[in-house]
Design a protein around this ligand. Structure first.
Ligand code: NDP
Ligand code: OXD
Length: 310
C-alpha cells in the first residue's frame, strides 16, 4: 500500500516540500492538508498545529514532525502516547538564527539603539568603542541553535559562555550546566541570549530574580518563546537600569496587541517572531533523510524526549 506523507502547514511552502519529495522520494504520496486522500495511508505527518483526534483520523500514523524547531505548540497529552515526535533541525533555520542573533549582538555591542535615540534629538555624541573580547556574551540553551550562534560570535571575538541542562564541552565557550550554575553564568554575562525551548522549567524564567544576577546594565536578546519572559519584570529592570536594552523577537501573546507596554518602552526593540524560519527545501531534504533513518530502525535527528518536553 502506498505511504502518504501529509503536510499541514503553510501551503505555499508545502508546494516546495512537494517538489523535493517528487524528486527525491517519488515512492511517497506527498499531500498538502486538507487533501488527505485515504486516511488509512497516512503514516507521516508534518504540522505546526496537528488536527485534533489524531489517532482516530489517522490510525496508521507512525511519526509526527514539527514543521518548526519548537514543539511547545503541541499538546503532548492529546497525542497518542507512543507516537514519536520530531522537531525541525535543518541548516536553513540554523543559518537564519545565526544571522538574526549576530545582528542583534553586534547592534547592542556597538550601541546602535543609543545612536538611534540620539538621532531623534539630533545629538552627535560618540560613545566608547569596546573590543568584542571585552564583551561577555552568554547563551541560554546549547542546542542546535545555541551552539551555531556561539560559533559565529566566537569568530567575532566575543567572550562566550553557554548554559544548558546537561554539561556540554564546546571549544572556546565556557559551559555551565544546571540551576546551581545559573547565577555564576549570569554574573559574567553582559549580553544574554535566550535560546531555550518552552517547557514547564523555562516558563517565566526571564524574571526579576534572574535579571538581578546579571551585571548592572546588561542587555537581553530574547529569541526563545514569549511565555519565558515576565514582561513587567523586564520593564522594571529597564526602568531601574538593571538592564539597559532588550531585543525581543518573541512575546506573549503573539501578535503583541497594539498599545501593549512592551511596544512603547524606548529601550525595547521588537521584531515579529522572524528571527528564523524553516526553509522548505532544506527542511524537506532533512525529513526525507529522517524517513530513511526511521525505516532503517536508526535514530531520527531531532527526536523529542517527551518526558523533558523538548
Ligand atoms: P534544542 O532542543 O536543540 O536545544 C535546547 C537547549 O536548551 C539544550 O541545550 C537544552 O539543554 C537546553 N535546555 C532545555 N531546557 C533547559 C533547562 N530547563 N535548563 C537548562 N537548559 C535547558 O533546541 P534548538 O536549539 O533547536 O531551539 C531552541 C528554541 O529556539 C526552540 O525550542 C524555539 O523555542 C526557539 N526558536 C525560535 C525561533 C524564532 O524565530 N524566534 C526559531 C526557531 C527556534 P541540554 O543540551 O542539556 O538538553
Ligand atoms: C520555530 C519558530 O520554532 O519559528 O521554528 O519559532
Amino acid at each position: 500500500m502506498t505511504t502518504t506523507f501529509l503536510y499541514k502547514s503553510d501551503p505555499v511552502r508545502g508546494r516546495q516540500w512537494a517538489e523535493v519529495f517528487r524528486q527525491h522520494a517519488p515512492e511517497i504520496d506527498f499531500r498538502i492538508w486538507p487533501d488527505v486522500g485515504d486516511p488509512q495511508r497516512v503514516r507521516f505527518l508534518a504540522a505546526w498545529e496537528p488536527p485534533a483526534d489524531l489517532a482516530t483520523q489517522f490510525p496508521q500514523l507512525e511519526v509526527l514532525f514539527s514543521s518548526g524547531a519548537g514543539v511547545d505548540q503541541f499538546d503532548f497529552a492529546a497525542l497518542p502516547p507512543a507516537l514519536p515526535v520530531v522537531r525541525m533541525v535543518e541548516p536553513g533555520i540554523v543559518r537564519g538564527m545565526v544571522e538574526y542573533v549576530t545582528q542583534a549582538v553586534l547592534s547592542l555591542h556597538r550601541d546602535i539603539p543609543a545612536y538611534r535615540r540620539q538621532q531623534q534629538t539630533g545629538e552627535w555624541r560618540p560613545l566608547p568603542v569596546r573590543p568584542a573580547a571585552e564583551r561577555r556574551v552568554g547563551v541560554l540553551g546549547l542546542g542546535s541553535l545555541g551552539q551555531a550562534v556561539l560559533a559565529q560570535l566566537l569568530d567575532f571575538g566575543f567572550d562566550c559562555a553557554g548554559w544548558s541542562r546537561s554539561q556540554h564541552v564546546v571549544e572556546g565557550v565556557q559551559c555551565f550546566a544546571g540551576q546551581e550554575a545559573l547565577p555564576a553564568f549570569l554574573a559574567r554575562t553582559d549580553i544574554l541570549i535566550c535560546l531555550l525551548p518552552l517547557t514547564d522549567a523555562t516558563r517565566r524564567m526571564l524574571n526579576a530574580t534572574l535579571f538581578a544576577h546579571l551585571p548592572q546594565g546588561a542587555m537581553l536578546v530574547h529569541v526563545g518563546r514569549g511565555p519565558q519572559l515576565v514582561s513587567d519584570d523586564l520593564l522594571a529592570a529597564l526602568d531601574s537600569g538593571q538592564l539597559s536594552e532588550a531585543m525581543l523577537d518573541v512575546t506573549d501573546p503573539e501578535p503583541l496587541p497594539a498599545g501593549h507596554a512592551l511596544w512603547k518602552h524606548p529601550r525595547i526593540h521588537i521584531t515579529p517572531h522572524i528571527a528564523s524560519m524553516t526553509q522548505p527545501l532544506s527542511a524537506a531534504a532533512v525529513v526525507i533523510d529522517n524517513l530513511r533513518r526511521f525505516n532503517a530502525g536508526e535514530p531520527m535527528i531531532g527526536l523529542v524526549d517527551r518526558t523533558r518536553g523538548y
